[in-house]
Write a protein that binds this ligand. Structure first.
Ligand SMILES: Nc1ncnc2c1ncn2[C@@H]1O[C@H](C[S@+](CC[C@H]([NH3+])C(=O)[O-])CC(=O)[O-])[C@@H](O)[C@H]1O
Ligand SMILES: O=C(O)C(=O)Cc1ccccc1
Length: 241
């Protein structure tokens, strides 16, 4: 059903990256070959959701794409009366996500919604997952979104946040970028693909330093902020209310 990512294989006038139908068609291959440890991150976010899920609460997957984290969380929820709400603002993603989820059975209800996570209301949450989504939110909207998430979380609830990060200084940023590009080369991406993709995401994906994530989450009120995964510039952390 889905194919190999060759979106930037041919020289082109590179436009800003969007999550359109072409991207949907190759998304599983793209993310797997672009994010070191993606499968581990998704499965571990499911396990963490299983640990932190509370009975009679909502679990959110914000920027759900094809629902990988939703499926992983759903496999691990053992508490009663939990509901997963998966939200994405790409119509193409949401449509494919709904089809994808129909292929699996579970007693945990899932609601897939088309919406901008900056605008949707969140409530009664024990788990909020954002797997590589915050980096696509404009920097000036990030604090407001994280405050909204914090308010929606029940005591003891968690934010599961994965992000591509900027190195702490220029030298280390370039080191992480070089190591990531080696990873992409090893996964079959050409120099042209790597460089054109970099141009495409330049204006739409603004990364923060890991230290900035810590500072922002602490200042919003999260009690424990723990990085549980890092490979090159890809991190995942758990922040408890
Ligand atoms: N304002 C917004 N509102 C809602 N969705 C948004 C917004 N901005 C971007 N998105 C959505 O966030 C997703 C980011 S991909 C997440 C991978 C997934 N979590 C996974 O575990 O496979 C990461 C990547 O491809 O780098 C896309 O589907 C966007 O449409
Ligand atoms: O494709 C890349 O090289 C990226 O760095 C983009 C990216 C970042 C985080 C998750 C998925 C894709």
């Amino acid at each position: 059903m889905t194919g190999k990512d060759s979106i930037y294989a041919h020289e082109q006038t590179v436009k800003d990256f969007t999550f359109d139908q072409h991207v949907v068609e190759v998304f599983p291959d793209m993310i797997q070959r672009s994010v070191p440890g993606y499968a581990t991150i998704v499965s571990t976010m499911g396990k963490l959701a299983g640990i932190y899920a509370q009975s009679n609460s909502n679990l959110y997957d914000l920027g759900c794409s094809l629902g990988a984290v939703t499926l992983s969380m759903r496999r691990n929820i053992a508490k009663e009366n939990c509901k997963i709400i998966a939200i994405d603002n790409s119509e193409a993603m949401v449509e494919r996500c709904k089809l994808h989820l129909q292929g699996f059975r579970s007693d945990v209800p899932v609601q897939v919604e088309l919406g901008d996570i900056n605008d949707v209301a969140l409530s009664n949450a024990s788990v909020v997952a954002m797997n590589f989504t915050l980096q696509f939110i404009s920097p000036e909207q990030r604090v407001a979104l994280l405050k909204k998430i914090y308010s929606a979380l029940k005591p003891g609830g968690v934010l599961l946040l994965s992000e591509k990060v900027r190195g702490e200084d220029d030298f280390n940023d370039n080191l992480l970028i070089d190591l990531h590009h080696d990873f992409k080369r090893a996964n079959g991406y050409s120099e042209l693909e790597i460089s054109q993709k970099r141009t495409a995401i330049e204006n739409v994906m603004i990364t923060d330093k890991l230290s900035a994530h810590h500072e922002r989450l602490n200042s919003i009120g999260f009690k424990q902020v723990q990085v549980w995964y890092q490979c090159f510039n890809f991190c995942s952390l758990v922040a408890v209310k």
